[in-house]
Design a binder for this molecule. Structure first.
Ligand code: HEC
Ligand code: HEC
Ligand code: HEC
Ligand code: HEC
Ligand code: HEC
Length: 153
């Protein structure tokens, strides 16, 4: 029953196999910050994923004989983005803004995405289902109106 509920909420997911075995744990231990790679361009809705040039700033030299880094370098050379398998994605009919949530002071990255800095591979740890959004809105007296998160029909 509990497992079934967890599956329904999209929790306890297995990490997807990524095209390149990038580790947040390994890179954050170097002292990098989230915003060094997730740049949050105006108006701040999206956090974005880094371009290969961001990686190659180090990997043009670091570990360039590793097969994983050679694969990364090939994407960079061909000017193709790495086809990362998305971990958190909500349908396009839902309004969501990172900026509004970070400014509200009710959430940090960890609240919605779990202990990213301790993970070699990311899996969906935070609950971004409608139920997950609603329970935090209820707890923080933010709106539960359908049109707060969805287009008026
Ligand atoms: C060196 C660059 C780099 C840094 C620093 C970095 N990330 Fe990432 N992040 C990535 C890459 C590359 C991916 C795509 C691969 C993956 O999912 O592991 C990613 C994916 C993610 C995702 C999943 C997005 C999705 O929907 O697929 C989240 C959430 C995330 N990062 C959060 C963070 C947080 C929080 C921090 C700071 C604690 C951070 N990242 C620091 C490079 C970085
Ligand atoms: C600030 C420099 C820096 C940046 C930026 C950076 N890395 Fe790294 N990366 C490192 C270092 C240092 C290591 C560890 C090398 C070692 O084990 O000696 C590493 C290790 C790796 C490894 C493991 C390689 C292996 O075979 O052991 C992968 C894969 C990797 N990085 C991918 C990425 C990707 C993808 C990005 C861009 C999203 C990125 N890195 C950005 C410095 C960086
Ligand atoms: C209130 C919950 C919440 C907080 C706080 C939050 N995120 Fe997210 N994040 C999401 C949701 C929901 C998505 C999926 C968005 C979509 O598909 O449009 C997402 C997607 C992402 C992505 C994928 C790229 C993108 O922009 O869609 C990255 C990277 C990411 N978040 C990083 C972060 C980082 C870094 C922080 C802290 C600075 C953070 N998030 C804080 C809920 C959150
Ligand atoms: C950690 C608690 C928390 C979570 C999780 C959360 N929200 Fe919110 N959300 C808030 C709060 C608090 C506000 C009110 C912010 C303010 O007063 O401006 C808000 C505001 C919003 C707004 C209005 C933003 C704006 O531009 O003014 C939208 C839309 C929204 N949330 C959608 C979502 C969706 C969709 C999800 C799930 C994917 C979600 N929220 C998850 C706490 C949360
Ligand atoms: C706080 C934000 C939020 C509010 C408020 C909200 N929703 Fe949603 N809704 C979501 C998110 C996020 C999803 C996408 C869930 C997913 O696909 O994982 C969603 C999905 C849906 C879906 C598609 C479900 C499916 O399984 O295909 C419907 C229908 C829906 N919402 C109706 C409503 C109605 C009706 C209300 C008002 C009672 C409402 N929503 C209020 C965030 C919200």
């Amino acid at each position: 029953m509990i497992l079934w509920l967890a599956a329904l909420a999209g929790l306890a997911a297995e990490p997807p196999t990524q095209p390149i075995p990038y580790s947040h744990k390994q890179h954050l231990a170097l002292g990098l910050k989230c915003k060094d790679c997730h740049t949050q361009p105006d108006p701040g809705e999206l956090m974005t994923l880094p371009a290969t040039s961001r990686c190659m700033a180090c990997h043009a030299g670091v570990k360039k004989d590793s097969p994983a880094i050679q694969k990364l370098a090939a994407f960079d050379r061909d000017k193709r983005p790495v086809p990362w398998v998305r971990v958190y994605q909500i349908p396009s009919y839902v309004f969501f803004s990172h900026q509004a949530h970070l400014e509200s002071g009710t959430a940090t990255c960890e609240t919605c995405h779990g202990k990213v800095a301790e993970r070699d591979r990311l899996a969906k740890e935070g609950d971004v289902s409608m139920g997950g959004c609603m329970s935090c809105h209820r707890a923080n007296k933010a709106s539960l109106d359908c049109t707060f998160c969805h287009e008026q029909r």
